[in-house]
Design a protein around this ligand. Structure first.
Ligand code: ADP
Ligand code: MG
Length: 212
């Protein structure tokens, strides 16, 4: 199998050395295919099976352009479940260790509203959450997505299967038109085609076939 080191990417040394500390030296296939495009600010549809390293692919893309000195929500990652949102938040926090003060906030349904509102008042650089709860915050005016640069739809096929299409659509409407949108999915059914046509702009498509 061909491998490409992360150090071949135009990433700041601090980010690269943190990847090295995490034991991430060679890119996985989906990372090698998607990261050059992600770093060029392209919209992207990436199809790859579970466990292929999709979180670091979009995580590095988010962190590469994030400005830690600017305390506004610059990236939003939508996930189908609380468990997946927690996993993504943990991975983003590990990837963000190269900087001192990047705040990642997780907002999922089933948790009390008030502490989430208070966390939002304190601010965050990156929000990870489930579509229903993010939509709810938008309706209440408790989340401001006007400074968003990157929108990630993680496990998009599962979110659509779970009936989140309308919520996602509402959230996309609240994001700036000028943004990068990355859609990750294990499968690529018609609903995802429809979602990508309405939410993404001239997206590149990358696909990694199962290797075994
Ligand atoms: P996916 O979202 O595609 O299911 P994950 O992002 O959860 O996959 O990654 C699966 C595992 O691979 C995680 O434990 C992560 O820490 C690890 N991983 C990701 N990228 C690399 C890499 N380049 N080198 C080594 N391990 C990696
Ligand atoms: Mg994943």
């Amino acid at each position: 199998m061909n491998t490409t080191p992360f150090s071949s990417l135009p990433l700041p040394p601090a980010l690269l050395s943190n990847l090295d500390n995490l034991g991430y030296r060679e890119m996985t296939d989906i990372q090698a295919q998607s990261l050059p495009l992600i770093l060029e600010q392209r919209d992207l549809i990436a199809q790859a099976k579970t466990g292929s390293g999709k979180t670091a692919a979009f995580g590095i893309g988010i962190l590469h352009k994030l400005n830690p000195a600017y305390f506004a929500i610059q990236a939003l990652v939508l996930c189908p479940t609380r468990e997946l949102a927690d996993q993504v938040s943990n991975e983003l926090r590990r990837l963000a260790r190269f900087a001192e003060n990047i705040k990642v906030l997780t907002l999922c349904g089933g948790a009390a509203m008030r502490p989430q509102i208070s966390s939002l008042e304190h601010g965050a650089h990156i929000v990870v959450g489930t579509p229903g709860r993010i939509r709810d915050h938008l309706g209440r005016g408790t989340i401001d997505l006007s400074k968003l640069q990157t929108l990630v739809l993680d496990e998009a096929d599962r979110m659509v299967d779970m009936g989140f299409y309308e919520e996602i659509s509402g959230i996309v409407s609240a994001c700036p038109a000028r943004r990068q949108t990355l859609l990750f999915s294990a499968t690529y059914p018609d609903d995802i085609r429809k979602a990508s046509a309405s939410f993404l702009r001239e997206p590149y498509e990358v696909k990694v076939e199962a290797q075994h």
